[in-house]
Design a protein around this ligand. Structure first.
Ligand SMILES: *Cc1c(COP(=O)(O)O)cnc(C)c1O
Length: 391
């Protein structure tokens, strides 16, 4: 035991030395632009509540009402007695929203992604993943029996070269729709085109596209005007733009039935609370109807990227609410975040191993709940920090 504890202490010390140590902050206010953290009032640009629905009065009301009727917990897994009428309604609403035959709920996006590759692939299959796919997809690939390949980020020629190396076996290509740490959008149109020739199944994790992209918030597919034929398997999360918690996979009937039989992260876990399903149903309606949220978000994004370009900030190429500023080293990213914090602004520094070495960054995210003057306050603070950095 002593040797084990020493090993852990050494590892923690190493992380600290390399500016890679992480710790949760204690939040004492609801998620939103203005938050109280560790006793301090801060303007935040780090949540994934892109449409500002997490605190929408109607969403909260739906949650409370359902909690009063159905209780706090679901009591068991979906296949036992955890699948209530509300879960069923939400699955039907998600199927209608995405245009797929069916949708299946999961308790988190991480679990949905574990289910995706484990539940649908077999030994002898080949799974191609973008190098920058979300950690849950990469982990899912490590657990499956199929062989995994990782192509260069958003690079269809790299993908094409890798596809050409395999002979027999079903092929799958899996990609984030919007990349969580870069904010760029996968070249889905080209990929869907390739899928026709190459006969692979295209799977898209649209955690950051859903609710945000497309005229009706249907995500990356709507953005590129792609249908369910072109993207036959879609994964989406409910904890980002929809402001709730949980996730789903939407696909053909036979795909969903297979997941129900085989996907261990579906079978062996407690269903999300019915109240969460009720809240999500309301959030989904609002996301679709209140298109002003998407429009306002786009106004904020444009205002920020224009301002940041004028300041000469090393902005990454993104038209989504994820607007990273490249720092390079973890030390520099942390220093920028710390200087913002001194100005009562909270932005997270994203460091390896979440992003590749030497690409540590500030990950700035916007929400429809932000105002234009809050964006200006952020720009103003960044201008001062960068000036200091140069001096
Ligand atoms: C957040 C995220 C997930 C995980 O979803 P959770 O519901 O938070 O577990 C999966 N994929 C991507 C791309 C994500 O950004």
């Amino acid at each position: 035991m002593q040797a084990f504890l020493e090993r852990l202490e050494q590892d923690l010390a190493r992380r600290q030395q390399n500016s890679l140590y992480r710790a949760p902050r204690i939040v004492s206010s609801p998620s939103g632009p203005e938050m109280e953290l560790d006793g301090e009032q801060l303007l935040t640009f780090c949540s994934n509540d892109y449409l500002g629905l997490a605190n929408h009065p109607d969403v909260k009301k739906a949650f409370v009402k359902a909690a009063n009727q159905w209780g706090a917990g679901s009591g068991s897994a979906h296949l036992v007695t955890g699948h209530t009428q509300l879960h069923q309604q939400l699955e039907e609403a998600l199927a209608a929203f995405t245009g797929h035959q069916r949708a299946l709920l999961f308790s988190s996006g991480y679990m949905a992604n574990l289910a995706l590759l484990n539940g649908l692939t077999e030994k002898g299959d080949h799974v191609f993943q973008d190098k920058l796919n979300h950690a849950s997809l990469i982990d899912s690939g490590r657990l499956m029996d199929a062989k995994m390949y990782r192509y260069l980020h958003a690079d269809v020629s790299s993908l094409g070269r890798q596809l050409a190396t395999v002979g027999s076996g079903q092929k799958f290509v899996v990609t984030d729709g919007v990349f969580s740490m870069d904010g760029d959008i996968a070249p889905l149109r080209e990929m869907a085109f390739m899928a026709q020739d190459d006969d692979f199944v295209l799977m898209v994790d649209d955690a950051h596209g859903l609710g945000v992209l497309g005229e009706n918030g249907r995500g990356s597919m709507e953005h590129f005007k792609l249908g369910t034929k072109q993207v036959p398997v879609l994964m989406g999360t409910l904890g980002k733009a929809l402001g709730c918690a949980g996730a789903f996979i939407a696909a053909d009937e036979v795909v969903i039935e297979t997941l129900i039989q085989r996907a261990r992260p579906y079978i062996y876990t407690t269903a999300q609370p019915a109240a969460m399903a009720a809240a999500t149903l309301k959030a989904l309606q609002l996301a679709e109807l209140e298109s002003w949220r998407r429009e306002h978000l786009q106004t904020l994004i444009k205002r920020f990227s224009k301002g940041a370009r004028q300041l000469g900030l090393p902005l990454m190429h993104s038209m989504t609410p994820i607007q990273p500023i490249l720092a390079g080293t973890a030390v520099k990213a942390l220093s920028w975040a710390e200087q913002l914090r001194q100005r009562q602004i909270l932005v997270t520094a994203i460091r390896p191993p979440t992003v590749p070495d030497e690409t540590a960054r500030l990950r700035i995210t916007f929400s429809a709940a932000h105002s234009e003057s809050q964006v200006d306050r952020l720009l103003d603070a960044l201008a001062r920090i960068i000036k200091q950095d140069v001096a």
